[in-house]
Design a protein around this ligand. Structure first.
Ligand code: F0G
Length: 482
């Protein structure tokens, strides 16, 4: 196992890498942070990164590369068609996933767009364990509808269920019976279920889901963007897989899938994406979209340097020591917050530490966006940038009503190998200060609300002058500290 035990008994994750290239960071004074937040329309997506101390917005495209990845980038074969770099990537993807065909795309949502175009017709239903923002947006864009069938336990922020991303098989049976298999072009399974706190599903559950789907002739589409964390959780939590290697678990999962896609901004510690499959028919159905939307079939919109880095990164994902870093640091951060009373999603998942904003700010109505308000407060308190994952990230219904998200979370992503332990402890410190002062935090209102993916560009304002009061309390408690 990859955990190192300390003589003192303290449970401390240990970095299994050393830092050899660094980037200087800025930490603005609290007054400047409040101004920057206002200028960004109280939306952490609109902050400038130079105004951010710890960028915990996402782990997408911001993981630290290994020396081997950077070295591989130097030997990339730069050609529009038939690049040797492409063939190395294709070979690696097919080796790891056990597939015969690969289509390159510039990132995960490009794969989702192609899947939606190729498979989804108006009125179709796509069952899934849980939606991801871009996957849902592409399905609804072409007239389809999403049904979420995650087990009930998956939607409880605090739980001891080890596989909260599992599909509820009874719900799936009922969904197929109600909609009819002919109306279901595919079932989407998302590893490391993002929006419910980076929660994994088990190999056992995926196998049972695929069996049921295939009995009805429905293909399985497997979103492996967050596979690396899910692999670690299967290895450490699923008794039947304890003696399997990470490679064997990957193959066993993929054997259940008909189409596999990924964002290489997450899986493979690079930037890009792609779709892998064994069916020539599916390959042919999607192939023409690549030169139309992405780029020629041997680069799909990606730079050859990134493809080389990805090939090495995918291979390194099969190393348990490498993929244990994310979940172990996230669990440490979650446990430190729990010690200080801060409500977080449990068990700690992958991707990042997820704060339960609905409980943290229980005095704020869901329509005043507690998680988004908490994101602005955490930035003001510490220069730490997180991401709202709650009602603000939902789309309005066609009649204009605003669905309330089942989970109202502030996600503090831990890009892999990027932050040190003292930076994690600093974030914990500022968030616990905020928790002590949570009654000072108020809600937000939209000032500009885009119709699609409103969380990206929407601009909001605080309800009342609570941010000024928060800054004043910060000065009172921290004196002249940044
Ligand atoms: N699927 C999952 C599970 C994801 O988490 C993401 C991206 C995508 C698909 C889309 O991939 O960004 O390469 O187009 N998640 C990022 C995040 C954006 O911050 O969680 P992409």
């Amino acid at each position: 196992m990859s955990e190192v035990k300390l003589y003192s008994g303290v449970k401390l994750p240990l970095e299994m890498h050393k830092v050899r290239v660094v980037q200087k960071l800025n930490l603005l004074p609290v007054e400047e942070r409040q101004k920057a937040m206002a200028a960004a329309g109280n939306n952490t997506f609109l902050l400038r990164n130079e105004d951010v101390y710890l960028d915990m917005l996402t782990d997408s495209g911001v993981n630290a590369m290994s020396d081997r990845q950077v070295a591989a980038m130097m030997v990339a074969d730069d050609s529009y068609a038939g690049s040797a770099t492409y063939y190395r990537l294709e070979q690696k993807v097919c080796e790891l996933f056990g597939t015969s065909y690969f289509l390159p795309a510039h990132q995960g949502r490009a794969c989702e767009s192609i899947l939606a175009e190729a498979f989804v017709k108006p009125g179709n239903v796509i069952p899934m364990n849980f939606h991801f923002t871009t996957s849902k947006a592409h399905i609804t864009r072409v007239g389809g509808r999403v049904e979420e069938l995650v087990i009930d336990e998956g939607l409880k922020p605090e739980s001891d269920c080890l596989f909260k991303g599992n599909i509820d098989l009874d719900k799936l049976r009922e969904c197929i019976a109600r909609n009819g298999a002919a109306n279901i072009p595919f079932i989407r399974l998302e590893a490391g279920t993002n929006l419910i706190g980076g929660q994994p599903f088990s190999l056992e559950n995926m196998t049972a889901t695929a069996k049921l789907a295939h009995e009805h002739g429905i293909p399985i589409v497997f979103d492996t963007s967050l596979l690396q964390d899910n692999l670690y959780f299967i290895k450490t939590r699923e008794a039947a897989c304890r003696d399997m290697s990470i490679r064997e678990i990957t193959r066993a999962l993929c054997e259940n899938a008909d189409i596999i896609y990924f964002s290489a901004r997450k899986l493979g510690f690079a930037r890009g994406g792609g779709i892998a499959m064994n069916s020539k028919e599916y390959y042919e159905r999607m192939k023409d979209f690549i030169p139309l939307f992405e780029g020629f079939l041997t680069y799909g919109g990606m730079s050859v340097r990134e493809m080389e880095a990805m090939t090495v990164g995918l291979d390194e994902t099969m190393d348990e020591t490498v993929i244990s870093q994310g979940p172990q640091f996230i669990e440490f951060m979650a446990n430190e917050l729990i010690k200080r009373g801060v409500p977080v999603v449990t068990p700690a998942g992958g991707l990042g530490c997820h704060v339960n904003a609905r409980k943290f700010l229980s005095h704020i109505d869901d329509h005043a966006y507690p998680a988004a308000a908490l994101a602005t407060a955490v930035y003001i308190a510490g220069g730490v940038r997180g991401m709202e994952r709650g009602t603000l990230s939902e789309q309005r219904e066609p009649d204009g009503t605003e669905p309330i998200a089942s989970m109202e979370l502030l996600r503090l992503a831990l890009p892999r190998r990027v932050f040190t332990m003292s930076q994690v402890l600093y974030a914990v410190d500022r968030i616990s200060w905020l928790y002590e002062n949570r009654k000072l935090v108020g809600g937000l209102n939209f000032v500009e609300e885009p119709a699609t993916l409103r969380f990206f560009f929407g601009r909001l304002e605080p309800i009342g002058n609570w941010q000024e009061k928060l800054v004043a309390k910060f000065r009172e408690d921290f004196g002249d500290s940044l």
